[in-house]
Design a binder for this molecule. Structure first.
Ligand SMILES: *Cc1c(COP(=O)(O)O)cnc(C)c1O
Length: 398
């Protein structure tokens, strides 16, 4: 007999309905073309998700367990030649990756300012100092030349952010890191199945973090994330730290954290995982459709160089009249977003800290007021993309 029989008390259908409603609110905002169409994605695979949730309930395996292991193994097989350690979310994943790789308090970590605040939070939360540098103007990933200039004798790691789903110049970054003996921790939160010179995002550096936030390319029904690494010792350390430094139920080798992934999230993600390659391919088709139409109109698009395959988490284009474009799209029921309007070095939370006030990052500062993200996901139709293009081109100014 199991220790506690929770299964029969769980009101499964009410719970999942609530979850789906919450996500609808976050993602769709009542638009006829939502930013990400989770309704459509979930309708297609509802029975697979329900079966996964039922399995967890029948086993009462709510924290880590088989389902999380299955996700870890499945994602590792998809990325190839790595280990996956499921955890609470992508922010924690980045922190866990930094800790497991041995980034020490007081050391400097070079990263691009143009990212979600989680990148800085993870670095600061391990006690390290974020050193923000500029991005290159093609796809807004970390400027490799700026990395070399920012290296000091305190630098211990580089955190390239694969912003919008396109990787940073990983081949060059690994060269620089090798030359200076630095760790490379990839923020791959937006880059599921992206690649650089044939290597999968997340498997190139010493370790990486992926986010499974509901709106990411592979999304849970709640918070979830993962550390990815090719290095056995880093994988072992990450597993240890994520679960109270535990080597046995009540035996703790080190003081760790409770950074575990829920069984339900693991099961839901494992159910969605086999669809990820198809959804990613669809994102690439959608991006190509946008590219073709918007390049013809002379807009500044994300430039993905030969040898790189983007996961197109976001489709971003520059305009000079963003507020007007967003309002006009919204009037037509088309959602849009800004990722991100304020770079990390200009965030109030970091004001006066780490020398950010003296920083001048011209490329980042110039693009932030101009970028707009258009709807993209695995479930958007060509007709919808064309509708967005038409509405956008009508009002957007270069
Ligand atoms: C989403 C995201 C994160 C954080 O992931 P969570 O799962 O939301 O904690 C970190 N970095 C980037 C670039 C992200 O887009």
């Amino acid at each position: 007999m199991p220790e506690i029989q929770l299964g029969k008390f769980v009101k499964f259908s009410a719970e999942i309905t609530y979850q789906l409603q919450q996500q609808r609110k976050i993602m769709n905002m009542g638009n006829s073309i939502p930013f990400i169409n989770l309704d459509r994605q979930h309708a297609e695979i509802h029975s697979e998700i329900s079966a996964a949730i039922d399995r967890v309930i029948s086993k009462n395996a709510y924290i880590l367990g088989d389902e999380v292991s299955a996700l870890e193994e499945g994602f590792a097989a998809m990325l190839g030649d790595c280990e996956v350690i499921g955890c609470t979310n992508g922010t924690i994943g980045l922190e866990l990756a930094l800790r497991a790789a041995g980034v020490r308090a007081g050391s400097e970590v070079i990263t691009s300012s143009h990212s979600f605040i989680a990148t800085a939070e993870a670095i600061v939360n391990v006690g390290a100092v974020p050193v923000f540098v500029d991005v290159e103007p093609g796809r807004y990933t970390i400027d490799v030349n700026a990395i070399e200039q920012a290296i000091t004798d305190k630098t211990q790691a580089i955190v390239p952010v694969h912003i919008y789903g396109t990787t940073a110049d990983m081949t060059q970054i690994m060269e620089i890191a090798g030359k200076h003996g630095l760790l490379v921790i990839e923020d791959a939160a937006q880059a599921h199945l992206a690649s650089c010179d044939g290597a999968m995002a997340g498997t190139i550096g010493d370790a990486a973090s992926f986010s499974f936030f509901p709106g990411k390319n592979l999304g849970a029904m709640g918070d979830a994330g993962a550390v990815v690494t090719r290095t056995k010792s880093i994988a072992e350390r990450a597993r240890l730290l994520r679960n109270h430094g535990r080597t046995d139920k009540y035996l703790h080798k080190v003081l760790g954290y409770n950074y575990r992934m829920d069984g339900l999230q693991g099961a839901i993600l494992a159910a969605k995982l086999p669809h990820l390659p198809t959804w990613t391919e669809r994102r690439r088709q959608v991006a190509a459709r946008y590219d073709e139409a918007l390049a013809a109109e002379g807009f500044k698009l994300i430039e993905v160089p030969e040898g790189m395959k983007s996961a197109y988490h976001l489709y971003v284009v520059q305009v000079s009249n963003r507020e007007h474009v967003m309002a006009s799209l919204a009037e037509k029921g088309i959602a849009s977003g800004v990722h991100y309007p304020v770079p990390q070095h200009q965030q109030p939370a970091l004001e006066g800290l780490y020398g950010v006030s003296e920083l001048s990052l011209p490329v980042t500062e110039k693009l932030c007021p101009r970028i707009i993200s258009l709807p993209i996901c695995g479930a958007i139709t060509d007709a919808e993309v064309d509708q967005v293009i038409q509405a956008f081109v009508e009002v957007a100014q270069r």
